[in-house]
Design a protein around this ligand. Structure first.
Ligand code: NAD
Length: 293
């Protein structure tokens, strides 16, 4: 069996998988691969699958499977898995870090001082305690963020078309009700046809004036140009995003927009998560190894 590690994983992974066969990160061996391990960079398109005739299993280390043509893989009898449970805490902690950093002007405070300025009067902070966090999507990551926000004394409300009850948030029946009421909106839905461009100039109009938006789900859920307009007008007091139209972003209008906080798609990139992902990949290959020969 040839296992192709196509994206970045923990350095212990090749050793962990060596018992199943040959493990390589040489992408030119795609045609020989029985198993391909990806994160978000490799796109397992129809063309990719056609160029890998031995392929029997694709494992996406992480959650979103929007970089895999799942229907075509199914037609070809290729098993597709993610390691969905592994990344929850890593992403929730980044979303929370962003939610703390925006109203505390953490980045502006640091960069202005590093440039020799003293903005004590200008940098007015606000507190999270008593504010309302609105979650769009309350699955694994949304729930983990709700738990953390509750500990900070925030009121948590959420909309999710498939969730009707939560111990950690008040569920609202529509997205509109959440975005009209929340001081902070955090996005935790998958990228689907129904969620692409969901945050746009029409939905942004319904946000509270001066709301904060945090995006650790997928860049294309937000129309970047519309977010920039909302930042310039003050409708949005801040926009923090870990996710982009492409990795890295090309000509994004967000770069240079006011009151932003950026990360280079590092939501899942904790040391602990990389180890958890390795354990889950090992378990999946072990479970299906007879089908992979
Ligand atoms: P999950 O499947 O547990 O939860 C997603 C929730 O979104 C589900 O409950 C679903 O019902 C809901 N949903 C679907 N359509 C919706 C809509 N229109 N409005 C509101 N909610 C909707 O997934 P998760 O583990 O919580 O991950 C959520 C997303 O986070 C992933 O799909 C992925 O895109 C993203 N993610 C990003 C990173 C990163 O590095 N930044 C890492 C992992 C996951």
């Amino acid at each position: 069996m040839l296992i192709l590690i196509s994206d970045a994983f923990d350095k212990t992974l090749p050793g962990l998988l060596a018992k199943y066969g040959e493990v390589t990160d040489d992408k030119s061996r795609q045609a020989e691969a029985d198993v391909v391990l990806i994160r978000s960079k490799t796109k397992v398109t129809r063309e990719y699958i056609d160029a890998a005739p031995r392929l029997k299993m694709v494992i996406r280390g992480g959650v979103g499977l929007d970089n895999v043509d799942q229907a075509y893989a199914r037609d070809k009898g290729i098993l597709v898995f993610n390691t969905a449970d592994a990344s929850t805490v890593a992403v929730a902690e980044l979303a929370f870090a962003m939610m703390i950093a925006l109203p505390n002007h953490t980045v502006a405070a640091h960069t202005s001082m590093a440039e020799g300025q003293w903005l004590k009067k200008e940098l007015k902070r606000t507190e999270l305690m008593g504010k309302t966090l609105g979650l769009l999507g309350i699955g694994r990551i949304g729930t983990a963020l709700a738990v953390r926000a509750g500990a900070f004394g925030m009121k948590v409300i959420a909309y999710d078309p498939y969730v009707f009850f939560s111990d950690f948030a008040e569920i609202r029946p529509t997205m509109e009700e959440v975005i009209r009421e929340a001081d902070y909106i955090s996005l935790h839905m998958p990228l689907l046809d129904s969620t692409r461009g969901l945050i746009n100039k029409n939905t942004l109009k319904m946000f509270k004036d001066g709301a904060y938006l945090i995006n650790t789900c997928r860049g294309k859920v937000v129309v970047e140009e519309d977010a920039v307009e909302a930042l310039k007008s003050g409708k949005l007091a801040g926009y923090a995003t870990d996710v982009w139209y492409s990795d890295p972003p090309e000509n994004s209008p967000l770069i240079g927009a006011p009151n932003t906080l950026f990360a280079p798609h590092i939501g899942a990139s904790t040391k602990e998560n990389m180890l958890r992902i390795g354990i889950m990949i090992n378990a999946l290959i072990k479970e299906y190894k007879d089908k992979l020969k």
